[in-house]
Structures are given as C-alpha cells and as structure tokens.
Ligand binder design. Structure first.
Ligand SMILES: Nc1nc2c(c(=O)[nH]1)N=C([C@H](O)[C@H](O)COP(=O)(O)OP(=O)(O)OP(=O)(O)O)CN2
Ligand SMILES: [Zn+2]
Length: 118
C-alpha cells in the first residue's frame, strides 16, 4: 500500500542555462506543489503505514529550507529546474523516509515532474 502527503511552498528562481531571451532567465516565482508517496506495511496495532502527522513533521525541515527562498542560492540548486529540484528533494527526504517511493513536483498547474529515485 502507498500513502501520500501533499505540501506547497513558494520560491523564486531563474534558470541560468536557458538561452538568452528565454523568459525563464528572468527572476520569477512559483507556488510549488509537492506530493510524496510512501510505501510500507500497514502496522497491525495502529492500522496505518505511518501517521500523517509524523510524515508532515519529518518533511517540514526540508520544506523549510525551500519556502520563501531564492532557490538558486541553495547549495545544489544553482540551476533549479523542476527535474533538479525533485532530485534534490529526493536526496534530502529519502534518508528520513526510507519508504519514499515517488515524488511529484508541480511547478505550474500544468507542468511538473515525477521522480522515483535512481
Ligand atoms: N523541463 C522543464 N522545462 C521547463 C522548466 C523546468 O523546470 N523543466 N522550467 C521552466 C520555468 O521555470 C517556467 O517558469 C515554467 O515554464 P512554463 O510551464 O512555460 O510556465 P508558464 O506559467 O509561463 O506557462 P504558460 O502556459 O506559458 O503560462 C520552463 N521550462
Ligand atoms: Zn520557473
């Protein structure tokens, strides 16, 4: 079984490697929508895989590193595409949540990335 939790955070970024004149070279912001999927066994006593409250608390420090920041200033996010940001989030969260199975990161209502680790 898989449980999931949805998070949002707001951040600014620019993409330094897009061609001159590309709109994403300009500083701009997004409300990112992040969904984490966690797999595991349903614990017999509790009847759940992991308490959603615990899940939120575990992930909160990682969201806190991103929320209301300029992503380009964060180590490892100098080129903060959705793909590289999803990879960065995976590397931060996976050690905290070994059951992490998949993440979905939406940069706009119509664009995003799904990452299932390496
Ligand atoms: N594969 C990727 N393509 C793009 C990324 C990315 O991270 N991975 N990022 C961007 C920009 O961040 C841009 O802000 C988002 O682009 P876009 O979807 O075009 O956003 P808009 O809100 O401007 O979309 P419209 O439909 O044109 O309003 C670009 N590409
Ligand atoms: Zn953008």
């Amino acid at each position: 079984m898989i449980i999931y939790q949805h998070f949002t955070f707001d951040a600014a970024h620019f993409l330094p490697h897009v061609p001159e004149g590309h709109k994403c070279r300009n500083l701009h912001g997004h409300t990112y929508h992040l969904t984490l999927y966690i797999t595991g066994d349903v614990l017999e006593q509790e009847g759940w895989i992991l308490d959603f409250s615990d899940l939120k608390a575990i992930v909160a420090p990682v969201i806190g590193m991103l929320d209301h920041t300029l992503l380009n200033n964060i180590e490892g996010l100098e080129n903060p595409t959705a793909e590289l940001l999803a990879t960065w989030i995976w590397k931060k969260v996976k050690p905290l949540l070994p059951g992490l199975k998949k993440i979905e990161l939406k940069e706009t209502p119509s664009s995003g990335v799904i990452y299932e680790g390496e």
